[in-house]
Design a protein around this ligand. Structure first.
Ligand code: C5P
Length: 240
């Protein structure tokens, strides 16, 4: 992408650690000096708890703790405070929990954070759901309209941005303005295996479309040399 430096590109790639603790720490050691962001999801966190966040923070990484909170505001306030107290730098909530739930997450995060406040990202419509699946849970609008509605609701309630498909990034950038975080999984470097991801874009295409950050897991974590795979993505973003 024109004008982006290698350092700026490194700040915009989040490596998804969908593995156990031993492998997570091994990957962290291999990626030290190149990657800055790591994503911890439910599987790793529910096994290891706040200690895994602390271990990775100690190695200098920023942490995206992707637990997709969805509950009554009182419970979410406490959960967000607890997550913020781990030192996580980004957390996720479900936008369909409504404005009060989003506000409770923001209040909780502010109450729990020891230092800088974590960014709060909203998940709109899970990319595993299509128009038909939405109908089965009582949502009559199509997925794209629902994504727009929930993104506007969450960000209008104070969330810092959304998690979205790269194919929704341009539409969301226009809707949410220049400052919103738009974090996109479903990203594959040209020529790498799609795996179970269906609607994909390359890292540079996702960023050109408006993504502030791209989440990339297996193309990096399953590479023979994860640091080299990471740096190749940095180069691809710069060349854009
Ligand atoms: O290995 P891969 O690059 O597919 O990993 C993508 C990461 O982003 C995984 O942790 C996955 O759970 C997450 N994710 C996703 N699609 C979403 C939301 C999260 O792939 N819609």
């Amino acid at each position: 992408m024109a004008g982006i430096t290698a350092d700026q590109a490194r700040d915009r790639i989040i490596v998804a650690l969908d593995c156990d603790r031993v492998r997570a720490l091994e990957l962290a050691d291999m990626l030290q000096g190149s990657a800055r962001w790591l994503k911890i999801g439910m599987t790793l966190y529910y096994t290891e708890g706040p200690a895994i966040v602390a271990e990775l923070k100690k190695r200098g990484f920023k942490i995206f703790l992707d637990l997709k909170l969805h509950d009554i505001p009182h419970q979410i306030r406490g959960a967000a405070a607890s997550i913020a107290s781990t030192g996580a730098d980004m957390l996720t909530i479900h936008a369909c929990g409504g404005a009060e739930m989003a506000k409770a997450a923001i209040e909780g995060a502010a109450a729990g954070a020891a230092g800088e406040l974590p960014a709060i990202l909203a998940v709109t419509v899970l990319t595993s759901m299509d128009d038909e699946t939405l109908q089965t849970v009582g949502v009559d609008s199509d997925a794209q309209s629902q994504v727009k509605r929930l993104a506007a609701l969450a960000c209008g309630s104070g969330a810092n941005g959304v998690v979205a498909s790269p194919l929704e990034a341009a539409m969301l950038r226009e809707l949410l303005g220049p400052d919103a975080l738009i974090v996109t999984p479903g990203v594959r470097p040209a020529g790498s295996a799609a795996g179970d991801q269906a609607r994909i874009a390359t890292p540079s295409a996702a960023i050109s479309a408006g993504a502030s950050h791209v989440v990339i897991g297996r193309p990096i974590t399953q590479a023979g040399d994860p640091a080299a795979a990471f740096e190749a993505i940095v180069e691809e973003i710069i060349a854009g």
